[in-house]
Design a protein around this ligand. Structure first.
Ligand code: FEO
Length: 393
């Protein structure tokens, strides 16, 4: 189990988690990777750790290059435990190593682990540490997506070790984007952004601006999940997409999300779909009976219009709708124009809960639409008009 050299004297020592299908609520059908790196220099440096149960693979790859007693630094870009889970084990093997992190990282490490005896070098944006022929330059990216998040740049190699940023939950036998289908990698990157980083668009925008202000010339982005972006073309493509996703723009698309018990809500979803199609607006329709919440969220990056349909169950939101709107509310997409609709048997009003979430998110809305039992043609016509009203906003 060997390390893989990605640049001269810089090695991938990460692990692939082929079997993980769920990542704190985010369904990951293609697994993921926890990328970690080793820089062989006068001061041997590790960049990030891995999830605890794959520590043995990370350790074996490090040992294929260096002896643990010779490691000087461990850079911790982010303390979430998919990257820090095996740090206590690494620190037992290399107790002489100094941890390089930022203030929030130190506090988070102390809150997670017994850090007795650990030595630190605390850094902030603009600081750098020379380890010999390489320089480690740091850029803190607070709340992208934890307070401790940070990226490390190596100017001699024009290499950005970006941790969660620009990552994908995508395990494959490839290490570089060029060795996998490009569109598929970008779809995974988009899904990762939509399901993890969506709420932090302003922080992402700020990080991209800071990278510009610091004059970072980037030829390779090595994230902590998925494949490595190499070369100006790939780096440019992912940076451009992050700029687009972070600024909260959209492609004018419509996304319809619904569930149904006896077909009434499904019938209304079909009507909404037809209205968008007739207006020439690209539209996707997702039924939660067959779609996972995290499969749907990437469409919210492209959507101007959001239409959510709920079948009332026991005077409540239908459970899968409730789960979806809770997930979506946390990810907080911006700048949408929205309609809530639904059906009920004997008590109306539940869709107001969806409307309240739209309003909390600051979206433009039209009045919610509900119908008792099965909507007849006159009701469907009124619903059609409500969707048209939405398009006119
Ligand atoms: Fe990949 Fe925020 O951890």
């Amino acid at each position: 189990m060997n390390a893989v050299e990605i640049k001269k004297d810089i090695f991938w020592t990460g692990v692939k988690d082929w079997n993980i299908k769920e990542f704190h609520g985010y369904t990951t059908p293609h697994g993921t990777t926890y990328n970690a790196y080793l820089i062989k220099d006068e001061k041997i440096t590790l960049i990030d750790g891995v999830k605890h149960y794959l520590s043995h693979e990370n350790i074996a790859r490090i040992k294929s290059i260096v002896d643990f007693s010779n490691i000087s630094y461990i850079v911790i870009n982010h303390v979430e435990m998919d990257h820090s889970g095996n740090i206590p084990e690494l620190m037992k093997l290399a107790p002489q190593a100094k941890i390089i992190t930022n203030n929030a990282g130190k506090l988070a490490l102390e809150a997670h682990f017994d850090t007795t005896g650990w030595q630190y070098e605390i850094v902030k944006t603009g600081d750098s540490v020379s380890i010999g022929k390489h320089t480690l330059a740091f850029m803190t990216t607070p709340m992208l997506h934890w307070p401790d998040s940070m990226m490390t740049y190596i100017p001699e190699e024009k290499l950005l070790l970006s941790n969660d940023g620009f990552g994908q939950h995508y395990a494959s036998d490839a290490l570089f984007v060029k060795d996998a289908p490009f569109d598929s990698v970008m779809e995974h990157a988009k899904s990762y952004y939509a399901n993890i980083l969506f709420p932090f668009g302003s922080q992402a925008e700020k990080a991209l601006n800071t990278a510009g202000d610091l004059g970072l010339d980037i030829e390779m982005i090595a994230p902590s999940h998925g494949l490595i972006w190499n070369g100006k073309e790939e780096v440019g493509a992912i940076l451009n997409n992050y700029c687009k996703w972070a600024c909260g723009g959209n492609e004018g698309k419509a996304v319809i999300v619904y569930d149904t018990m006896w077909g009434a809500t499904a019938t209304m979803a079909d009507v909404a779909m037809a209205v968008f199609q007739d207006a020439g607006i690209p539209v996707v329709k997702h039924c939660l009976a067959v779609k996972d919440v995290s499969e749907i969220m990437p469409d919210f990056l492209d959507a101007k219009y959001v239409v959510i349909g709920n079948p009332t169950l026991n005077n409540q939101l239908f459970p899968r709708i409730a789960a979806f709107v809770t997930y979506m509310r946390g990810l907080a997409p911006k700048n949408k124009t929205a309609l809530a609709f639904g059906s009920y048997g004997w008590k109306a009003g539940v869709v107001k809960q969806i409307q309240a979430i739209y309003e909390e998110l600051g979206w433009q809305t039209v009045e919610p639409f509900e119908e008792k039992y099965t909507p007849k043609s006159d009701v469907l016509e009124k619903f059609r008009q409500r969707v048209e009203e939405l398009i006119k906003l």
